[in-house]
Design a protein. Structure first.
Length: 494
């Protein structure tokens, strides 16, 4: 099999890894014009210094000795198999780099023979690029669960970012769908990477003081991330967010990526093949994750045992505000930065602009508009000079109806808005730009499907008990959450 045939197979197999953003565009080059784009094989990622770069996204091999129920590359599937040698993949990356197709490599792999053997192949690929080819571009590698700590350390000094996929949100789900894998086998190497990254920072700081920084190698300078599949198992959004929050706090993850379950295998342990892809739920989880990382929210503030799932009709920040109308309206001329950041329609930059601008004088609604504040959303929660904006009232029911109508009315291709590529999410756009119609969306946006799914789960308590869950859908006790939260805690309530 020639190199391009391997690339076609292994680039397509890599599309289920979402720890970076797929290009989503397939465009041929034209005579007299420069450049081309491919939806398969290229993705975008952000480097440690904030630059967005194009990566070659590919598996080293799709041969795998594991038989995970949800994975297209599981050993029981009859699919075309291929494998690069480390030299082939390194050469391909360098050739693409010289032609200015890519600026780096994103490499993952099936588990061939055993985890240590597979990790040695990935390490050799990175070593050839760094040492033999002198490649200084961006490399993101997926570490293999179960590989030895020594191999993990070697790889950490060769790559910019490393990911260790947690796969599923609970140990009971892993036991059911991926019995060869363990949550503990994910958290342990995450802790090792966290300690190594912190030690590397300290070593480089000391070396700079002694003017020896060039002699100290960086260890995973762009940090670590992970990925989990949502929708294949009945974990609630509250459980998923608490797990993500614990990982951010205990192992300093840069990012948790959520992958909406794609039904690719016919397996009795999985939802049916015609199950809707929960893209709206995935989008809401990304929005809630953003609130955890940048807005000072906690998982317990956003969700509770009484309301364990995110509202598909309203974004998480607006939903929190609607449930806490006793805290609103806020006067923008006196509210603190932290309070302003919790107002729907005001982002981090908007809140900072308001705090700076009001030092020069009192702000009115016209000034807020010029700063980019979305009064269509914020108008129900703020006042200026003690008065609300014309046409707005601090009525929670009126605010909810307006926000839900705004969500339903927002669609792809409207004037002044970038049209989204089907199947992709605009994670960095304003919340109101989400391409969501909860009543008509064909993929995961149907609130009736969500309710039907909840009713089916309640009707089968035996299945929930098999997964270690109460009828509410919450884990009774999840070792994975305990491991993520830290060894010193005996129990974490999901």
């Amino acid at each position: 099999m020639d190199t391009m045939a391997k690339l076609e197979i292994l680039a397509d197999a890599a599309k289920y890894d979402v720890a970076c953003t797929s290009s989503g565009v397939d465009r041929r080059g034209k005579k007299g014009q420069l450049g081309a784009a491919s939806a398969a094989g290229c993705c975008h990622a952000f480097t440690a210094d904030g630059r967005c770069v194009t990566l070659l996204k590919v598996l080293l091999t799709n041969v795998c000795c594991y038989d995970c129920a949800y994975c297209v590359n599981r050993r029981s599937n009859d699919i075309p198999r291929a494998a690069f040698t480390p030299r082939e993949l390194a050469t391909l990356t360098v050739e693409f780099y010289r032609r200015n197709y890519v600026e780096g490599l994103f490499v993952s792999s099936g588990v061939i023979k055993n985890p240590d053997y597979t990790m040695e192949l990935i390490i050799e690929t990175a070593r050839i690029l760094r040492e033999d080819e002198g490649f200084r571009g961006y490399i993101h590698a997926k570490a293999i669960q179960g590989a030895s700590p020594e191999l993990l350390e070697r790889l950490g000094f060769l790559v910019d970012r490393m990911s260790i996929n947690i796969e599923l949100p609970s140990q009971s789900s892993l036991d059911l769908l991926a019995p060869e894998k363990s949550g503990q086998a994910v958290v342990r190497p995450m802790r090792q990477l966290c300690e190594g990254i912190e030690q590397s920072k300290q070593d480089r700081k000391l070396a700079r003081r002694r003017h020896l920084s060039a002699s100290v190698k960086s260890f995973v300078p762009a940090g670590q991330s992970t990925q989990m599949i949502i929708g294949a198992t009945p974990e609630t959004d509250q459980h998923i967010l608490k797990l993500a929050e614990s990982l951010y706090q205990s192992v300093s993850l840069k990012r948790v990526f959520f992958s909406a379950y794609l039904p690719v295998n016919d397996d009795s342990r999985l939802p049916e093949l015609n199950t809707e892809v929960p893209l709206t739920r995935e989008h809401r989880l990304y929005q809630a994750d953003w609130l955890l990382r940048f807005y000072g929210f906690s998982a317990d503030e956003l969700l509770s045992p009484e309301h364990p799932d995110l509202d598909l009709l309203v974004d998480p920040k607006a939903n929190w505000a609607l449930q806490h109308m006793d805290l609103f309206p806020l006067d923008v001329n006196t509210a603190s930065l932290e309070e302003l950041m919790r107002v729907p329609g005001i982002g981090v930059r908007g809140a900072q602009h308001i705090v700076r601008a009001r030092k020069c004088g009192r702000l009115g609604f016209d000034g807020l508009k010029r700063m980019g504040v979305s009064l269509k959303r914020a108008g129900y929660f703020i006042t200026c000079f003690g008065h609300m904006a014309p046409g707005f009232d601090a009525d929670p029911e009126l605010a909810r109806r307006s926000l839900e109508a705004s969500t339903r009315a927002t669609g792809a291709g409207r004037k002044g808005r970038r049209k989204l590529v089907e199947g992709q999410l605009a994670l960095f756009d304003e919340v109101e730009q989400a391409n969501v119609d909860p009543f008509r969306a064909k993929r995961g946006g149907d609130i009736l499907l969500q309710r039907a799914r909840a009713q089916r789960l309640e009707a089968h308590p035996a299945e929930l008990q098999k997964l270690g869950r109460t009828p509410s859908g919450l884990p009774q006790f999840d070792p994975l959450l305990v491991a993520a939260a830290g060894e010193g805690k005996e129990h974490v309530q999901a």
